[in-house]
Ligand binder design. Structure first.
Ligand SMILES: [Zn+2]
Length: 139
């Protein structure tokens, strides 16, 4: 199991090696069926201030690719967050201690985000971002 984890963590690190690659992935999933402004419902957009965010051309609201996802206001790098999502999915009982040790992050940091992931996993409808991430990594 540990060897498997190591392999997959290397795979994640390779596929998602920068914050940008994570943001790009999230924005592709988020707007896979097209852009809809969550303020006014308009479907035209232009590029936002930040890379991979979009701005509604009608009301000018800027929507980041992490808004309304479990990665919203994430305090850790997305590259690490993706690893936590994966590890928590395949090992639901993984402790925040081993999580923090594996990823070399502070235990509280790992614990806080892991709690968010667990909450998402416990919901009736599966989270589209978690689903997409698992699919991406299994291919
Ligand atoms: Zn709008």
């Amino acid at each position: 199991m540990d060897d498997d984890n190591k392999k997959i963590l290397e795979k994640i690190a390779k596929r998602f090696n920068t914050e940008e690659s994570c943001l790009e992935f999230l924005s592709n999933i988020k707007w896979q069926n097209g852009f809809v402004c969550d303020k006014c419902g308009h479907t035209n957009y232009c590029k936002g201030k930040n890379e991979f965010s979009r701005r509604c051309t009608k009301c000018k609201k800027e929507i980041s690719s992490t808004a309304h996802t479990l990665f919203h206001r994430c305090k850790i790098p997305l590259t690490t967050a993706f690893k936590i999502v994966y590890l928590s999915c395949v090992n639901p009982d993984i402790s925040s201690y081993s999580l923090s040790k594996k990823l070399q992050i502070r235990r509280m940091t790992g614990y806080t985000f892991q709690k968010k992931v667990k909450h998402c996993l416990s919901k009736e409808n599966s989270d589209p971002f978690i689903e997409a991430l698992l699919k991406e990594l299994s291919s």
